[in-house]
Design a protein around this ligand. Sequence first.
Ligand code: ATP
Ligand code: MG
Ligand code: FE
Length: 350
Amino acid sequence: LTILGIETSCDETAAAVLRYEDGRATLLSDVIRTQLAEHAPYLGVVPEIAARAHAELADLTVAAAMNTAGLSYADLDGVAATAGPGLIGGVLVGLMTGKAIAQAAGKPFIPVNHLEGHALSPRLGTDCPFPYILLLVSGGHCQFLEVRGLGDYRRLGSTIDDAAGEAFDKVAKLLGLGFPGGPAVERMAAAGNPKAHDFPRPLLNRPGLEMSFAGLKTAVARAAENARSDNEKADICASFQAAICDVLSARARRALEKFDAGTDEKRFVVAGGVASNKAIRAALEAEAEAGGARLIAPPLRHCTDNAAMIALAGAEHLASGRETGEGLASGARPRWPLDEASAKADPVFG
Ligand code: ATP
Ligand code: MG
Ligand code: FE
């Protein structure tokens, strides 16, 4: 199968062409155009600006992906695009672009849940069979899921307030480090003392797999009021990052204890933008090892938003032969939980 994937749910306009044979994925192209410069002055993603930028960039990005792959639309077996969750204006642009290409070329259209893209992203390159425990940590989500098979996801526990990536972005904003926050905080943290501040690790003694980062953010805000020098800011970043590492590690430990798939190898996957943080990867690596599991994390490029993971999700669904939605009739969904049980009630646009 050869699939074109399109991603426009946040501030990356992305398109990729993927070949999928015998369960193995080969990327023929993987184009990511970030809108960072457009949003940077506002210290966050502005939905209206994002939608306009996607509208300007979508067909150019798709053309670049097709050119690099050296293919025409007739060579494709299907077109996949993110149908949600995300900023609705951007989602609509990608969805309509994908549908138009599919319809014009007479190919199947596969609407993809962006979170499923993140969930399957380790399967792009690495050997990562089902089932596995997944920690999905991104700008909008922070949750543990049991990935039992394609389309078979069970949520084990989530953040009850902010997502971890959101916390990174807010801390960066508080310290004047710009946007996006994650990479800036990580860079700053490298020079700081992680023990300088004793920031809270909320809910750690509570059973279950819920997480909370709002209190941590408030504590950082208080410390940030007195931070002037780069050294002081570095200490705050390092201490904040250490708190996030501790929370995710402790929850990962519990998830690994609770989860027994009955397979020879226990697999623990971390995916989403925050999974590109090296300190977090290292902490989870140690936790996985202690829990007798193999940690699998996508390469940095496929942690943050990309279209390769959307193409892969589309290819896997097409290959499975199962119905994945309504094809050309499918609408855009601003909210769309990965576990279908809670997904039914959410609104659909388009
Ligand atoms: P979602 O996938 O939940 O809809 P999103 O698509 O906006 O949200 P991603 O693109 O997966 O999220 O990830 C972006 C987030 O990852 C941002 O919050 C960003 O700050 C964070 N992030 C990126 N790199 C790093 C890093 N090195 N350390 C920590 N956080 C990071
Ligand atoms: Mg982004
Ligand atoms: Fe994402």
